[in-house]
Design a protein around this ligand. Structure first.
Ligand SMILES: Cc1cc2nc3c(=O)[nH]c(=O)nc-3n(C[C@H](O)[C@H](O)[C@H](O)COP(=O)(O)OP(=O)(O)OC[C@H]3O[C@@H](n4cnc5c(N)ncnc54)[C@H](O)[C@@H]3O)c2cc1C
Length: 376
């Protein structure tokens, strides 16, 4: 017998869990199908701007492990620290964070349930699970992350570019110094990316991302930087995971099939931030389902709210990682670069706003360099 739902959601990450939460609040019947046993972990830095949490009426205190009050930008040995008194970004563990959102959702959740096939069938959508069950719904929300295959099977996944990452949770006792409240972005280890160190309770998220997909092995670059920072790397089990960064605006679905979060390539190509976009896409998808709108309208709303900004981020990232030393010097010459990034994370501005102000930042850098030369 085929079950009928208002919405079938594939994947219980932040995108799927948020869609489930908002659909439930709207009184729609949703089922979440997740292939892993829940709660599940996911390779991630776990840095979440508070603006993303503010989308929900419930608190996140039980799953917040730290808050960032100091950012250390570094280029190999050189460092430029910037204080963040408002602590706009918190640190979470994905196992607990994703489960926390889902625990508030009035939706049916079925874990260890992989979806093997999805298709549109007249006015309905249908899925078949790996154990042979079939479900039908008015909407299908594909929130399968970067490793899912269903969007591709439907011919819907060509708008994201997978870039490599490597990440591990490193026990705090392996690091020297006090990392509480401190996030480090280390540039220069790779020409096309950065290494990060983010604080959690009792451990550090240490990882590296290469946005330009260069040839340099990530592990060697990462461990060399760890040695410089005084973090012992011996015996750590690194996990690689593709990061599906935004690669241009495309249709985010068809009919009543919608792509959310990583499955839609909604990841910032400059920073690698994706959780905030995943949550918002879940909220927008729920609203689209409530109003009985189409994937075309969903695509338009996502383009308006984040696509234009992500497209600008893509252009800025193209320049930044092509001329990383120059870009690093310009971005960290004074507190403005950090203030702008904080504005983006807090949703007071976006990359369209930043790109308008960039020429001023570059001009300021050139003038101050010229000034330094003249006083020599
Ligand atoms: C190393 C690394 C570090 C990162 N650090 C940060 C960070 O610090 N801050 C930030 O904002 N973003 C970060 N990101 C990005 C962030 O992790 C993603 O953007 C976010 O997880 C997207 O959420 P999602 O719900 O779209 O997908 P996911 O969280 O990947 O969830 C997808 C779910 O779908 C399930 N699934 C897949 N296929 C099927 C199927 N056929 N049937 C049933 N279930 C299925 C999967 O098991 C999974 O649970 C990082 C990414 C990486 C790789």
């Amino acid at each position: 017998m085929t079950e009928l739902w208002d919405a079938i959601i594939i994947g219980a990450g932040p995108a799927g869990a948020s869609a489930a939460y908002f659909l439930g609040e709207m009184g729609l019947r949703a089922v979440v199908l997740e292939r892993e046993a829940l709660p599940r972990d996911k390779p991630c830095g776990g840095a979440v701007p508070r603006s993303a949490l503010a989308r929900f009426p419930f608190g996140f205190e039980p799953v917040i492990e730290d808050a960032v009050t100091l950012v250390r930008y570094a280029w190999l040995g050189e460092e430029r620290p910037v204080a963040l008194p408002d602590a706009p970004v918190v640190m979470v563990r994905r196992r607990e964070f994703d489960a926390h959102i889902l625990a508030h959702a009035r939706a049916e959740v079925r874990d260890r349930t992989a979806v093997a096939e999805a298709l549109a069938d007249g006015d309905a959508v249908r899925v078949r699970t790996a154990d042979g069950a079939t479900l039908a719904g008015h909407y299908l929300l594909i929130a399968e992350g970067s490793t899912g295959v269903l969007a591709r099977a439907l011919g819907l996944a060509s708008h994201r570019a997978h870039v490599p990452t490597l990440q591990a949770d490193v026990p705090m006792e392996r690091a020297t110094g006090d990392w509480r409240g401190t996030a480090l972005f280390q540039f220069g280890a790779l020409p096309g990316g950065y290494m990060w160190v983010f604080p959690r309770r009792g451990s550090l998220s240490v990882g590296i991302v290469d946005f330009r997909r260069g040839r340099r092995p990530l592990r060697g670059a990462l461990e060399a930087e760890m040695a410089r920072l005084g973090i012992a790397a011996e015996g750590i089990r690194w996990r690689g995971h593709p990061l599906p960064v935004f690669a241009g605006r495309r249709a985010l679905g068809r009919g009543r099939i919608l792509l959310l979060g990583d499955a839609a390539g909604l990841v910032d190509p400059l920073l690698g931030e994706g959780i905030r976009y995943a949550i918002r896409s879940g909220q927008v998808a729920a609203d689209v389902a409530r109003r009985n709108l189409s994937a075309a309208e969903y695509t338009r709303r996502i383009a308006r709210e984040m696509g234009r900004s992500l497209q600008r981020a893509r252009e800025i990232a193209g320049l930044f990682y092509r001329f990383p030393w120059l870009a690093y010097s310009i971005a960290t010459q004074d507190g403005r670069g950090t203030q702008w990034m904080t504005d983006v994370l807090a949703e007071r501005s976006d990359y369209v706003g930043i790109s308008r102000r960039l020429p001023g930042l570059v001009a300021g850098y050139l003038v101050s360099r010229e000034g330094r030369r003249e006083t020599r």
